[in-house]
Design a binder for this molecule. Structure first.
Ligand SMILES: Nc1ncnc2c1ncn2[C@@H]1O[C@H](COP(=O)(O)OP(=O)(O)O)[C@@H](O)[C@H]1O
Ligand SMILES: O=P(O)(O)OC[C@H](O)CO
Length: 497
């Protein structure tokens, strides 16, 4: 039997390659950060060619760490920052513009116009999403409308669109395969999650030619083979999913009602809702979790735009931390936040507020508030934002959550995880392998090539590392939430429209 499955995890700030064995254990990791481009306030871009070269670099490095050949890799699974939009020339392979990143707010005004024109219900019903600059659709339209010559070329069928999964698969196959999976398609705001097709009405509304869109495939299937020039052999590319859906899969949240929260750059709380879409009335989005074995699995999602990046802000901008990991020790230097609250709404607020114009706020500063209080309040804000999402998720799904599985970089922070368990009044479970995003992509790829036989085979691999047990009374929780909600009001509608 071939020894490994390769996961290529194309994240927002770095690309990673992990080689897993059958037990889901990490055998080799390589990671590289890439450039974040901020051309204007609120705008975020990546160089798509740099994403490709770093992903190749880490793939080669991870293989050479183990001194293995392409024959030792049974399949490649791709997982990626979602929504981020790339448009490139079909013939030359050159991107016509930088990738516009999910965090980028440049199309906020246009989204407002769509809402004012009354398209919200139609878009929600068809795509499961709210109209927001976060999703790919208006980013793609922006490129067509603003990059010289792009619209003409697109109309002539000379340009291709893709999210990062599509771009990487297209590059790996030397331009032979132009596909995406259901989970990524469901983040574009162009895909009808009920009929499972690109939605003609929305494409017409945004003036996007359908011929530039990728074919939508299941999340576990051989899409093509990697060109042998890249990794020394033609390995099947056999799985793909957006990173948050991949981590839901990697956490083995296969049953309706299973949920996980990933604390990475942003935080994303997803609950598996089974084979039927559940629509939120409280600002969550309905998304496709994965397409597998001829079935579609849906999820409810609460997207929090800023989570771990608030800790990076303490480190890089305020410079009151040497490392993100130090936030735990520093937060526990004080017994509480001294009634200080940090609302890290740096790029607006996502679920359940959806305020594109919200901005960060530090409130409750008195003469006695010191840097430890601010650090603690920032760490706690990740838990408060997750509380806001979980509260409405329980309402929308009608399910009371008993345990929450966690992962992502900031889930390593024990103080944060305990505070999260306290606030939510649920058990928080952190697995032994927290690289669940890559693991989910590996599982999807491995299932398609028979490396793992079925979901039971995979389920055995999930192992608990630490469980955090809630310890606050309901009254204490509600007092804290009341103060937090008051703090949030100061950040809302701050930026000029
Ligand atoms: N111990 C920690 N406490 C709090 N935040 C942390 C800790 N370790 C890492 N982080 C944060 O987690 C994020 C990185 O997590 P990761 O899952 O790698 O993110 P992504 O996949 O979005 O790049 C960073 O924003 C970092 O600030
Ligand atoms: O790169 P991450 O892990 O912060 O994930 C980004 C999300 O996919 C954006 O929707």
């Amino acid at each position: 039997m071939t020894k490994y499955i390769m996961a290529l995890d194309a994240g927002t700030t770095s690309n990673r390659c992990i080689l897993f064995n059958k037990k889901g254990e990490i055998c080799s990791v390589a990671q590289k950060e890439f450039t974040q481009i901020f051309p204007k306030p609120g705008w975020v871009e990546h160089n798509a060619k740099e994403i490709w070269s770093t992903i190749m670099g880490v793939a080669v490095e991870a293989m050479s760490n183990l001194n293995i050949r392409a024959d030792d890799v049974a399949g490649i699974g791709i997982t990626n920052q979602r929504e981020t939009t790339v448009v490139w020339d079909k013939i030359t392979g050159e991107p016509v513009y930088n990738a516009i990143v999910w965090q980028c707010r440049r199309t906020s005004k246009f989204c407002d116009e769509l809402k004012q024109a009354g398209y919200e219900d139609m878009v929600k019903e068809k795509t499961g999403l709210l109209i927001d600059a976060y999703f790919s659709a208006t980013k793609l339209k922006w490129i067509l409308d603003n990059v010289e010559g792009a619209r003409e070329k697109a109309d002539k069928g000379e340009l291709l669109f893709g999210t990062i999964d599509t771009w990487i698969i297209w590059k790996l196959t030397n331009g032979k395969v132009h596909v995406t999976d259901y989970s990524n398609a469901s983040r574009t705001m162009l895909y009808n999650i009920n009929t499972l097709e690109w939605d003609k009405e929305i494409l017409e509304l945004l003036d996007i030619p359908e011929n530039m869109l990728p074919e939508v495939k299941p999340s576990s299937e051989i899409y093509g083979y990697c060109d042998s020039n890249y990794l020394g052999g033609s390995i099947p590319i056999s799985g793909a999913a957006g990173d948050q859906q991949a981590s839901l899969f990697g956490q083995t949240c296969f049953q309706k009602g299973d949920a996980k929260n990933t604390y990475g750059t942003g935080a994303f709380l997803l609950m598996n809702t089974g084979e039927k879409p559940v629509y939120s009335t409280h600002g969550l989005v309905t998304t496709i979790a994965w397409g597998l074995d001829g079935k579609i699995n849906y999820a409810l999602e609460g997207s929090i735009f800023v989570a771990g990046s608030a800790i990076q802000w303490l480190r890089d901008e305020l410079r009151i931390l040497d490392s993100a990991a130090d936030s735990e020790y520093m937060a526990t230097r004080v017994p509480d936040t001294n009634d200080c609250y940090v609302v890290p709404a740096f790029t607006g607020l996502g679920a359940p507020y959806w305020d594109q114009y919200a901005r960060g706020a530090i409130v409750g500063i008195t003469r006695g508030v010191n840097k430890y209080h601010i650090i603690r309040a920032t760490v706690e804000s990740l838990a408060y934002l997750s509380y806001d999402v979980l509260e409405v998720m329980e309402k929308d799904s009608g399910a009371k959550m008993k345990t929450l599985k966690v992962d992502g970089g900031a889930s390593q922070n024990d103080f944060l995880m305990q505070f999260q368990a306290d606030l939510l009044n649920v058990k928080v479970q952190r697995p032994k392998f927290v690289e669940t995003t890559a693991l989910g992509a590996a599982y999807l790829a491995g299932l398609a090539v028979g490396y793992w036989e079925n979901l039971d085979d995979i389920k055995q691999n999930w192992e608990l590392s630490r469980e955090f047990i809630p310890s606050l009374s309901e009254e204490e929780i509600q007092n804290k939430i009341k103060r937090w909600r008051k703090a949030v009001t100061y950040s809302l509608s701050w930026a000029d429209k």
